[in-house]
Design a protein. Structure first.
Length: 550
C-alpha cells in the first residue's frame, strides 16, 4: 500500500471511470450528479465503447413507457423472468437489485442528460410465451435519433458501428418487413440521417451518454491504458496509466470504476475462464480483459456463469483496426433457405434462435471426447442469395471469392466441405419436409415470436423462418467461434453497490465494476437482448452514487 501524499498526481478526481462505454460514462455522470467530480479514461482513441457497436436495445421490465402504452408489467415480473432464465446460477439479491433499480435509473438519465427513448412495439422477450413472465412487448426500448453535431470536437471521436445500420431505428427496419426484406427499406431515411449525422441504435445510445459527460465538463482521456491500480490504507487511491507513451498517475479520491467490457481478444482468458477455444473478437482490440488483470492483483474474485460461443465469419477485405472484421451470423442463419450443419452434415439446433445453436456448438461428447458440432457450416441455396442479405452483402450480390464454397448439387457441396454427402442430402430432405409443414419437430425453428421478429420473413409461409433448400447452386460458409460483443462468461464479482468483492465476499474499498466487466451474477445462465446495456447503465449509476457518498 502507498501513502497518498507520496505521489505526484498528473490528474485528480473523486471518481475515475476506466472505460468509456455506457457503464463508465454512466458512473461518471452519476458521481457528478451526486456532487462528486469524475473523469473517464479510455484506452482506445474513441469513446462509446462496445455500446456503440450494439443494436442499442435497452431491456427494462416495468419501465414507464410500457405503463404509458397500457402494458401490464412490473419490476417484480422482470425479476421472476430473469430468475427463470438464470437456472440457479444467478444471485437472487443481485437480480432483484437490478430489477428494482433499472426503471428508476432510466428515468434518472432521461431527467439529467436528456436521454430520449421509446418503446419498440411488437418485440417479444426471448422466451415469450414459454415462460410465464415473458411478455410479447413492452420491455425493449431504443433511443430517438441523436444529433451527433452537438458533440462538437468529440463528434468524430465518438464511435459508430460497422455492424448495424445506425441511420435507421427499429421502427424503420421492422416496420418495413425486417432484415429479411432489406430491399423494401426506405434508404432515403438512412441517407438523410447519415448526411446530418443523426445516430440511432447503439451509436445513438452511446452518443447520449458521451454528451451527458461533455455537458458536465467531465474530462475524457483517450489513448490511455491503465497499468496498475494504486491502493492506500483506505483502499483504492488512483491508477497508473500510459498516455501517448508517457507514464502518468491519476488520483481517485473516492473510487475507481472498472468498465472495460469483457474478455474478448484475450485468447488465454477465453480458454481458461470462458472455456472456449479459437475465439475471434467482434469488437475493438482494446477490449481484452483488462479488468481481470488489474483487479486480480488486489484479490478480486473472478466469477463465471454458463456461457456459449457465438458464431460468425469475416468477409474478405473487411477490417477494423488493421485486423479482420468478424460478423455475427445470428440473423443470417435464421432466415429461410439456410441451415447450419455439423461435421456429420446434420443440423444440431434452432437456427432462428442463436442461443440454441450457441450452446450446442460447445457441447462435448464424452464418448468421443470431442466437440461434435464444431466446426460447422451454414448451407444455403440460391433463393437465400436472391432474396436476403448476408452480413454486409446485399440480396443478389455474389459471395466474394474464397469466402463460400459453391456447387451445383448437395453431394458436390459436401465433397468440397469434407462432409458426408449422403448424410447432408438426407438432412436437407428432412428439413425441406419440415418447411412444407411449417413445423420443425426436432428443434422448433421459427416458433419463438422473437425469432420471427428479428430474422423472419413475414412473406414466407407457413413458417417465417423456414424455407426449403432446393435451388442450385448451393453454398456453404464455414462458421467460426466469435466472442459476443463484450458479453463474457467471466467477470468480477460485485455487490448491490457495484463494489468489487474479494474471495471472502468483502468489498475492496474504492473499487467498483460496471457493465460487461461485471460477472453476470444478476442474470446467471440467462441472456436477454438489451440486458447488457441496461446492466451497464444501472451498475454505473449505482457505482457513481456510492462512490460520491464515500
Amino acid at each position: 500500500m502507498a501513502d497518498v501524499n507520496s505521489h505526484v498526481w498528473d490528474h485528480e478526481a473523486d471518481l475515475v471511470s476506466v472505460g468509456a462505454g455506457i457503464g463508465g460514462l454512466a458512473a461518471a455522470i452519476s458521481a457528478t450528479e451526486h456532487a462528486a467530480s469524475a473523469m473517464v479514461i479510455e484506452s482506445s482513441s474513441q469513446v462509446g465503447g462496445v455500446t456503440a457497436y450494439s443494436f442499442g436495445q435497452v431491456w427494462i421490465a416495468g419501465n414507464h413507457y410500457a405503463a404509458e402504452f397500457g402494458i401490464d408489467d412490473s419490476a417484480e415480473s422482470g425479476y421472476r423472468y430473469i430468475k427463470r432464465l438464470g437456472m440457479g446460477y444467478e444471485e437472487d439479491l443481485l437480480n432483484r437489485n437490478h430489477a428494482e433499480h433499472a426503471p428508476e435509473v432510466l428515468k434518472f438519465f432521461e431527467d439529467r442528460i436528456g436521454l430520449r427513448c421509446r418503446l419498440v412495439p411488437d418485440y417479444a422477450d426471448y422466451y415469450y410465451p414459454d415462460f410465464a413472465d415473458g411478455l410479447p412487448q413492452g420491455r425493449f426500448l431504443e433511443v430517438l435519433p441523436f444529433s451527433a453535431a452537438t458533440l462538437g470536437d468529440w463528434q468524430e471521436r465518438t464511435r459508430t458501428s460497422p455492424f448495424v445500420p445506425y441511420g435507421l431505428t427499429h421502427e424503420d427496419i421492422f416496420g418495413s418487413g425486417g432484415i429479411a426484406n432489406l430491399l423494401n427499406w426506405d434508404f432515403s431515411i438512412m441517407a438523410g440521417r447519415l448526411e446530418r449525422d443523426e445516430r440511432c441504435l447503439g451509436p445513438g445510445l452511446a452518443a447520449y451518454f458521451v454528451k451527458g459527460a461533455l455537458d458536465r465538463n467531465i474530462p475524457l482521456l483517450t489513448d490511455t491504458r491503465v497499468e496498475e491500480i494504486l491502493t492506500g490504507p483506505e483502499g483504492v487511491i488512483g491508477v497508473v496509466a500510459r498516455h501517448n507513451g508517457d507514464r502518468i498517475k491519476i488520483r481517485a479520491r473516492q473510487g475507481v470504476v472498472l468498465a472495460t467490457s469483457g474478455i474478448d481478444g484475450n485468447a488465454e482468458y477465453e480458454r481458461t475462464l470462458g472455456n472456449r477455444l479459437d475465439v475471434n473478437s467482434m469488437v475493438m482490440s482494446s477490449v481484452n480483459g483488462a479488468h481481470i488483470r488489474l483487479a486480480g492483483r488486489l484479490g478480486a474474485r473472478v466469477a463465471s456463469v454458463p456461457d456459449v460461443s457465438m458464431f460468425g465469419y469475416t468477409l474478405p477485405g473487411e477490417e477494423q483496426e488493421d485486423r479482420p472484421l468478424w460478423r455475427n451470423a445470428m440473423t443470417d442463419v435464421g432466415l429461410p433457405h439456410v441451415v447450419v450443419v455439423n461435421g456429420q452434415g446434420r443440423r444440431f439446433g434452432d437456427e432462428s434462435f442463436y442461443r440454441s445453436l450457441a450452446f450446442a456448438i460447445d457441447y462435448i461428447d464424452g464418448g468421443s471426447q470431442a466437440h461434435p458440432n464444431f466446426p460447422c457450416w451454414a448451407v444455403l441455396d440460391s433463393q437465400a442469395r436472391e432474396k436476403y442479405p448476408f452480413g454486409s452483402l446485399m440480396p443478389g450480390q455474389e459471395f466474394p471469392q474464397d469466402f463460400a464454397l459453391k456447387a451445383d448439387t448437395l453431394e458436390e457441396l459436401a465433397a468440397a466441405t469434407g462432409l458426408d454427402g449422403a448424410a447432408l442430402s438426407d438432412e436437407i430432405a428432412i428439413y425441406n419436409g419440415y418447411c412444407r409443414s411449417g413445423v420443425d419437430p426436432q428443434f422448433h425453428r421459427g416458433e419463438k415470436p422473437w425469432s420471427k421478429y428479428i430474422c423472419g420473413d413475414p412473406n414466407q409461409r407457413p413458417n417465417a423462418n423456414m424455407g426449403e433448400v432446393v435451388k442450385a447452386p448451393f453454398f456453404a460458409v464455414r462458421l467460426s467461434r466469435i466472442s459476443g460483443g463484450g458479453v463474457a462468461a467471466a467477470g468480477l464479482a460485485y455487490d448491490v453497490h457495484s463494489r468489487v468483492l474479494d474471495y471472502d465476499d468483502q468489498p475492496i474499498k474504492g473499487l467498483y465494476v460496471a457493465g460487461n466487466a461485471a460477472a453476470r451474477l444478476d442474470a446467471g445462465a440467462g441472456v436477454q437482448s438489451g440486458l447488457s446495456n441496461a446492466r451497464g447503465m444501472t451498475q454505473g449509476f449505482l457505482a457513481g452514487r456510492h462512490a460520491a457518498a464515500r
